[in-house]
Ligand binder design. Structure first.
Ligand SMILES: *Cc1c(COP(=O)(O)O)cnc(C)c1O
Length: 398
């Protein structure tokens, strides 16, 4: 079945008795119960002992979450998923799963979401997990680091934030396999419509479902999808920690996913138009967009991304701009929403220096190529002419 069909059908109307009675609801209801009862104690005993499938306690699993998890597992092509209360919790849980029976060392992409860098350096390093960074677009450098460091796991993003670099997941997965390191991929920016990392050899995929999958700016959540080797560890970890998403958020996420393919196609097309338009504007110093033939990763992009789907995010540098000029530009925007986050039906403009990458030292940001004039736009589903008109007027200083 194609992804458009799976997005609408997977997870719903299942034979699972907890998700249906004598009638079958067309969509999965919101189950709020924290515990579950059975007619016989014998059955409860078997469910508690995990000898028989079933639900007994909300921390272990929940029928609404199970439906969402099945849906995302279908989209990513994994063995199973765990829906988490946030994208960051999904990343933390994926890293703990990867490191359970491996050396406590993480080799991380040097172009990661700011909070992921902070998690590595401020949470995991003090706990004794070493972290080192590498340019994942440089396969030789990754190979060298793997040999020198012998990490238990490698973490990268499919399309990096905010400069939109695309690393060769397939080649890195092959190197990780030989080095016995798990590969964790944050697929938030690409979504399973563009790339399915497990099918390229990754072991664990994470999403902030807050973004494109839920898609309407009304959910905070995450998900980890694992291959068959890692799924049992992931579930066991959750039994003792209860990182699960709330059932109401799971319902909203599932509802959002039904239209995610349509939204994503429109958002990618809008972003592509906006990137070309910005490229011809005299007030713009530089545009970053994966469809650009001059993109440094164009070979990987041609191999891994589908034709015409290059993501909904456009990053650009305002010419000769510091904080004051960027603030002025942001204040002049009338339609594009100036908020942190991305992936919503409405277009969002973000200033990485004060938002996603705020916690990093200015020098560290500079090393990553993020300047004081760098802005990140995530195209929504609006009419693209209206978005361009808004950018056009905001680029004209008062
Ligand atoms: C937003 C985001 C996260 C964190 O997700 P939350 O849902 O905010 O916890 C992680 N990775 C990427 C690429 C993101 O965009």
């Amino acid at each position: 079945m194609k992804i458009e069909t799976k997005a609408v059908h997977a997870g719903d109307r299942k034979a699972d008795p907890a998700r249906r009675g004598s009638f079958v609801p067309v969509t999965t209801p919101i189950f709020t119960a924290s515990s579950y009862v059975y007619e016989s104690t014998d059955k409860l005993d078997r469910v508690m002992g995990q000898e028989e499938p079933g639900y007994c306690y909300g921390r272990y699993d929940n029928p609404t979450l199970a439906a969402l998890e099945e849906l995302i597992t279908e989209l990513e092509g994994g063995a199973g998923s765990l829906a988490c209360a946030s994208g960051m919790l999904a990343i933390q849980t994926a890293l703990l799963t990867a490191l359970t029976d491996r050396p406590k060392r993480v080799l991380a992409s040097n172009a990661l979401y700011g909070a992921t860098v902070s998690m590595l350096t401020k949470v995991l390093e003090p706990l004794g997990v070493d972290a080192e960074f590498v340019d994942v677009c440089d396969v030789a450098a990754v190979e060298q680091k793997l040999a020198a460091m012998r990490p238990g796991c490698v973490i990268m993003e499919t399309i990096s934030n905010p400069l939109l670099r695309v690393g060769p997941i397939d080649r890195i997965a092959a190197l990780c396999r030989s080095a016995k390191a798990a590969l964790v991929v944050d697929n938030t920016f690409a979504t399973p419509l563009l790339v399915r990392p497990l099918q390229l050899g990754a072991n664990l995929v994470v999403h902030s479902v807050t973004k494109f999958l839920a898609g309407h700016g009304d959910v905070l959540g995450g998900v980890v999808t694992a291959d068959a080797d890692h799924f049992p560890i992931l579930r066991t970890l959750n039994r003792t920690s209860g990182v699960g998403l709330g059932p109401f958020e799971a319902y909203l996420t599932m509802r959002g996913i039904k239209t995610f393919v349509l939204r994503m196609e429109r958002q990618c097309a809008n972003a592509c138009r906006i990137a070309s338009w910005l490229g011809g504007h005299p007030g713009i110093a530089r545009v970053y967009y994966p469809a650009d033939p001059g993109h440094p990763d164009s070979e990987t992009i041609g191999r891994l991304l589908p034709k015409g789907l290059h993501g909904a995010i456009v990053t650009f540098d305002l010419k000769d701009a510091g904080k004051a000029e960027v603030f002025g530009f942001m204040d002049r925007l009338k339609l594009i929403v100036k908020g942190t986050s991305l992936g919503d039906v409405h277009s969002l403009m973000l200033y990485p220096a004060i938002a996603s990458h705020r916690d990093l030292a200015p020098k560290q940001r500079e090393r990553m190529g993020i300047t004081d004039g760098t802005l990140r736009l995530c195209a929504g589903i609006e009419a693209v002419d209206d978005l361009i008109a808004d950018l056009d007027q905001a680029l004209r200083p008062a």
